[in-house]
Design a protein around this ligand. Structure first.
Ligand code: SAM
Length: 242
């Protein structure tokens, strides 16, 4: 990950289920995932060591320089045992890209896990834009995929990168510890997840649905399936229409 603020990734790499995977505490079958945030300033140029500059055309704001980003890519290529630039897939989170969703995550995941899940076919490089964005010439020459996390603007690509990496890692069998959790999750089929409950059995005069405490596994499964349909119909009818 090339970023002007690599410190954003520190808690991400240690906290929660994805943090356990990224710190190596939790193994995913035979392989692991490594996230390497790299300070873009390491590749700054010129007397003033700048990474950004003013916009041509006179508008206010700053743009990250294409040559600095290209230096970053060159450095990455020198670190790994890469045959060529084709061994990297450069992803640029940007409002311009197609919207990140379950299908896009599955597509990216599928194209990067070999069938036996033993390794990635390419290493992913995330480019975190800041300010007014990054020089268009870098986008044209180096970016393989653009992805948006929604129709709104955030201050930088770091959060968008974390959204994508988190979503991708959760899809890997073994990540959630229990494959059933993955199978039941929202969007796995075009359905939302069913509602969930825990103790206490009665909370502010609302009782847990009795079927869930009945011990009848078939009944529970039928109830959960029905609730998935009901919730999807109520909150996301567009998913059913698809
Ligand atoms: N001037 C740009 C525009 O209006 O489209 C916004 C630049 S934004 C302040 C800085 C960076 O944040 C972008 O280059 C991009 O990397 C990231 N970013 C902002 N919104 C995003 C979104 N919805 N999805 C993905 N990345 C986003």
């Amino acid at each position: 990950v090339l970023s002007l603020f690599p410190e954003f990734f520190e808690p991400f790499q240690t906290a929660g289920v994805v943090g356990k995977v990224l710190s190596g505490e939790r193994k995913l079958g035979q392989w692991s995932v490594e996230l390497i945030p790299v300070q873009l300033r390491n590749f700054s140029l010129g007397h003033y060591k700048s990474v950004d500059d003013t916009l041509y055309g006179g508008s206010a704001g700053m743009v990250i320089r294409a040559d600095v980003l290209a230096n970053g890519i060159q450095w990455i290529l020198e670190q790994g045992e890469y045959q060529s630039r084709e061994d990297l897939e450069v992803i640029f989170p940007t409002p311009r890209g197609p919207r990140w969703d379950h299908d896009l995550a599955m597509e990216l995941g599928r194209s990067h896990f070999k069938p036996q899940g033993t390794c990635f076919s390419k290493d992913l490089v995330f480019i975190c834009g800041r300010y007014e964005g990054i020089d268009e010439r870098f986008v044209q020459k180096y970016v393989d995929k653009m992805v948006s996390i929604g129709d709104y603007v955030i201050s930088g690509g770091e959060l968008a990168t974390m959204v994508m990496v988190d979503g991708l890692i959760r899809l890997v069998p073994g990540c959630l510890g229990n494959n059933a959790s993955l199978r039941d999750e929202s969007f796995q089929r075009p359905l939302l997840d069913y509602p969930v409950y825990t103790k206490p059995r009665v909370f502010e005069e609302m009782e847990v649905p009795s079927v869930l405490t009945s011990g009848h596994h078939k009944e529970i499964a039928r109830y959960q399936e029905q609730k998935r349909l009901e919730l999807t119909q109520k909150y996301r009818p567009d998913l059913l229409a698809d």
